[in-house]
Design a protein around this ligand. Sequence first.
Ligand SMILES: [Zn+2]
Length: 125
Amino acid sequence: MDTEQARQRLLAERDRLEEVRQAAERLSAGAREAAERELSSADQHPAELATETIERELDQSVVQHARVELVEIEAALARVDSGTYGQCEVCSQPISEGRLEALPAARYCVEDQAKVAKAGRNGSR
Ligand SMILES: [Zn+2]
């Protein structure tokens, strides 16, 4: 595992997520201003207002997703520093290079990821 390469990959991913988050927050602020203008004007358009509300919620989910991802990236960068990056947190086996390329912040190997996901589904299957 080339940790310097991993660090660069994580930093690039963090920059990208920061941009997404900031763009979504700007959009969200714009939609809020438009909604406020709408509310303060005497002639209101409920349908437009509803559209703006939906857009605002979409932006919020994008922001929320980016925040969660950023936390994962930060955790992965901390693992690079402590020398445990690329190791599965469950079985301590190395995570494959291909998987880390696709998911730089992966915490688990493919097998344990599947187990964790299954456990999270609360036995509904
Ligand atoms: Zn594992």
